[in-house]
Write a protein that binds this ligand. Structure first.
Ligand SMILES: [Zn+2]
Length: 146
């Protein structure tokens, strides 16, 4: 299912319904921590399956192209897959870091200024470590540098 379909059904891109706050519930209550642990864990499992699939695909195809032209296109396909895998591995690392912060009850706060990142922002981007203000500043700085 594509992320768009999930959004149309009122679910986050990760297939979870938005967290319902109860009256007076404090930020990063046990319920919220469990909510984000479930999202992060499901996302990580998805990614790991994806990595497995890529590896198997490459192993299956590696021996099957005797023609040099086919081999060339196969090699560019492989390098694309390797980049994708590299990106997936980095993402898995970020998810692991987020899960470790959940364990330490440090999840959900901006690592730059310490404010609450916010539940809705985290549901859209569960590995966010900056609040929206710090993130925006960060992006402006990056643009100026590069
Ligand atoms: Zn901040």
């Amino acid at each position: 299912m594509s992320p768009d379909n999930k959004l149309e059904r009122g679910l986050s891109p990760f297939g979870f319904a938005p967290y319902r706050l109860t009256d007076g519930e404090e930020y990063m209550s046990d319920g919220q921590e469990a909510h984000f642990r479930a999202i992060l864990t499901a996302w990580k499992n998805d990614l790991m399956e994806e990595v497995d699939r890529t590896v198997h695909h490459m192993q299956d195809e590696a021996a099957n192209f005797p023609d040099p032209n086919d081999r060339a296109s196969q090699e560019s396909e492989f390098s694309l897959e390797l980049r994708t895998r590299d990106r997936e591995r980095k993402l898995i690392k970020k998810i692991d870091e987020a899960l470790a912060m959940l364990d330490n009850h440090e999840y959900g706060y901006c690592e730059s200024c310490g404010v609450e990142i916010g539940i809705r922002r985290l549901e859209a981007r569960p590995t966010a470590t900056l609040c929206i203000d710090c993130k925006t500043l960060d992006e402006i700085r990056e643009k100026q540098m590069g």
